[in-house]
Design a binder for this molecule. Structure first.
Ligand SMILES: [Zn+2]
Length: 80
């Protein structure tokens, strides 16, 4: 799906299926599971196929219902 030259270095972007990836949609996040992303084999830059971004946008806009919703804790950074 990926297999192209990295934009940031001379590495190659390879397909990796990740268990969970949080993707941004208009300041919020949509989490996709078992999603194929592109990862540069040299610098680790991540790339997302148009089909992945389309899916995130559809769910983010509410056009497609998500399988489930999870709660994510949010807090401000406080130096311990
Ligand atoms: Zn790279």
């Amino acid at each position: 799906m990926y297999d192209f030259a990295c934009e940031h270095c001379d590495g190659t972007v390879r397909t990796r299926v990740v268990e969970r990836e949080a993707l941004r949609h208009k300041g919020n996040f949509v989490i996709l599971e078992d999603v194929p992303i592109g990862v540069c084999d040299k610098c680790g830059s991540r790339y997302f196929d148009a089909s992945v971004l389309r899916r995130v946008a559809e769910i983010g806009r509410g056009n497609v219902p998500s399988q489930r919703t999870i709660e994510i804790p949010v807090d401000r950074y406080a130096h311990a």
